[in-house]
Design a protein around this ligand. Structure first.
Ligand code: HEM
Length: 100
């Protein structure tokens, strides 16, 4: 099992805008080989942002890497950079191999 998480620092007051982008997106994950599950997680709010993380589980690192090179990934991200004003900085990608 392999987990890919992308952490987003969302500007205060922009949380609903961010959530709506994800709710209204066209998802291309169903049917991608090796895809297991997806969640969008809301974390803590501090003095300058609210933390969110996209959290995807894959059968293997290879399945994840294949998806990042696929048409499905390109389609999912064609508008991803368009709402820059709602973020404090770039997203931070974190990758995990499940050990147990
Ligand atoms: C290798 C790095 C990345 C990974 C693993 C990743 C992961 C994901 C996943 C799993 C989805 C859902 C795709 C679907 O439902 O078909 C998604 C969509 C999205 N990603 Fe990424 N992402 C990456 C890079 C980025 C970057 C650099 C941004 C910059 C803002 C970003 C912003 C978004 C947004 C806003 C969406 C929602 C789709 C939309 O715009 O309608 N992602 N991402």
């Amino acid at each position: 099992m392999f987990l890919a998480m992308n952490r987003f620092k969302v500007a205060l007051g922009k949380e609903d805008d961010f959530i709506n982008i994800w709710k209204n997106r066209d998802s291309y994950l169903e049917g991608v080989p090796g895809f297991v599950s997806f969640n969008l997680l809301r974390g803590e709010t501090n003095e300058d942002h609210t933390l969110f993380s996209s959290h995807a589980t894959w059968e293997s690192r290879q399945a994840f890497e294949d998806w990042t090179k696929s048409e499905a990934f390109r389609n999912a991200h064609k508008n991803a950079g368009s709402a820059k004003d709602i973020y404090n900085g770039h997203p931070k990608l974190e990758l995990f191999d499940a050990v147990i």
